[in-house]
Ligand binder design. Structure first.
Ligand code: NDP
Length: 369
């Protein structure tokens, strides 16, 4: 940091997940005592049990009404903890009976990536709206099948892109698109962690569909798209994977990629499974905004540099990112609005992911437009 820079902590910006959805709040939502939207969680793993299920208490419009699991003991224990009746516990075989459960409006798919398509399609056929975790699926073809199944059933499909409901990310989008940084020129976005147990599904291609890019690099990719509001037209990529490392027998480790956007913005992105990264910076002709860390569960910090001064902005969260995400789907169901992170949004990322893999494999830039 140069001598002419300083950090100004006085600047306070109030932002919250509510900003993303408040425009959708109609009279139906304002009614006191309106029936809450019921969610079934499919797959009671780490993300479901540690992050999603505990957040229902922070929502305004949602309740947890059913569980789907391959482990009856775990499901019974969690059902007792969350007040889910025994009749609303399902397994992967009898899941389709959820069609007869009027307490379930939304099925939230939190399974290994290669199972997202099957459970989204089955949920839509059962007449339920679907929330699906990232990455949407392991191929463009599967994403299209999911979109088609929900369209046919006239049900909503939303992706679990929680950062779109996180206050620092919402503020970074506002700043990046406001013009105050001048014309945007470059983005750097870095996401990675040091993958552990070689036996986990994330490192098993048939279940994960790919390595770091599918799991964590998708945050870098998604951020470049939501920060610019543009779709990339060209992609280049370089991969390095040590295949003798037992973690990387079937999936890639590091795959860095470069995206060119129509306005001329060029994004440099890191995706890694052997080193930790979590931040982005958007640079315009007049300055920059960065969120570092950008997409963890908590602890985001936002800094802006303008006129040779760097300022840390304190952002007040009015609602946590998970409550914002869950409530957004509820609001969309009640008002008929389209989720801001719908199936098309998930499909776009998977289409670019396929192009990134191809660019790395073929050693050339790939045109996307
Ligand atoms: P976990 O391994 O912790 O949980 C996955 C769960 O899926 C298991 O507990 C199990 O639930 C069920 N399952 C069914 N079949 C299998 C199988 N063959 N192998 C393993 N699990 C199986 O994974 P995560 O919770 O970390 O990830 C689940 C999804 O959520 C992924 O798509 C991931 O990308 C996404 N995710 C999103 C995050 C975000 O911040 N948006 C963060 C973390 C993950 P049961 O025992 O109940 O049957």
């Amino acid at each position: 940091m140069g001598n002419n820079e300083f950090i100004d902590r006085r600047s306070v910006v109030a932002a919250g997940a509510g900003l993303a959805t408040s425009a959708l709040a109609g009279p139906a939502l304002a009614q006191p005592g309106a029936r809450k939207i019921g969610y079934a969680i499919v797959g009671l793993g780490s993300y479901a049990t540690r992050q999603i299920m505990p957040r229902f208490k922070d929502t305004e419009h949602c309740r947890l009404t059913a569980l789907v699991s391959g482990s009856p003991e775990k499901a019974a224990k969690l059902a007792a903890e969350y007040g889910v009746p025994a009749r609303s516990i399902y397994n992967y075989q009898n899941f389709d009976r959820i069609a007869d459960n009027p307490d379930v409006d939304v099925v939230y798919v939190i399974l290994p990536n290669s199972m997202h398509m099957e459970y989204t399609v089955r949920a839509a056929r059962a007449g339920k709206h679907v929330m699906c975790e990232k990455p949407m699926a392991i191929s463009v073809r599967e994403c299209e099948q999911m979109i088609e199944a929900c369209r046919r059933a006239n049900r909503k499909l939303m992706l679990g892109y929680r950062s779109r409901f996180q206050a620092h990310n919402i503020e970074a989008i506002r700043i990046a698109r406001s013009g105050e940084l001048g014309p945007l020129r470059t983005i750097t976005a870095e996401h990675g962690f040091n993958a552990g147990d070689p036996a986990q599904w994330r490192l098993n291609r048939p279940l994960s569909g790919g390595g770091s890019l599918m799991d964590i690099g998708v945050y870098s990719l998604n951020a470049t798209r939501y920060l610019t509001g543009e779709e990339p037209v060209e992609v280049a990529a370089v991969e390095h994977t040590d295949r003798s490392d037992p973690r990387f027998r079937t999936v890639e480790d590091t795959i860095n990629f470069m995206l060119r956007f129509p306005s001329g913005v060029i994004a440099n992105c890191i995706s890694a499974y052997s080193s930790a990264h979590n931040r982005y910076r958007v640079v315009g002709s007049n300055g920059w905004v960065e969120v570092d860390p950008a997409t963890p569960y908590s602890g985001q910090q936002l800094r802006v540099r303008l006129r040779n001064q760097t300022q840390e902005r304190e952002i007040r969260e009015t609602k946590n990112q998970w409550a914002g995400q869950l409530d957004h789907m509820a609001e969309c169901i009640r008002t008929g609005a389209q989720p801001i992170v719908d199936g098309q949004e998930g499909l776009k990322d998977v289409r670019i992911i396929e192009a990134i893999y191809r660019a790395a494999r073929e050693g050339r830039t790939i045109k996307l437009a």
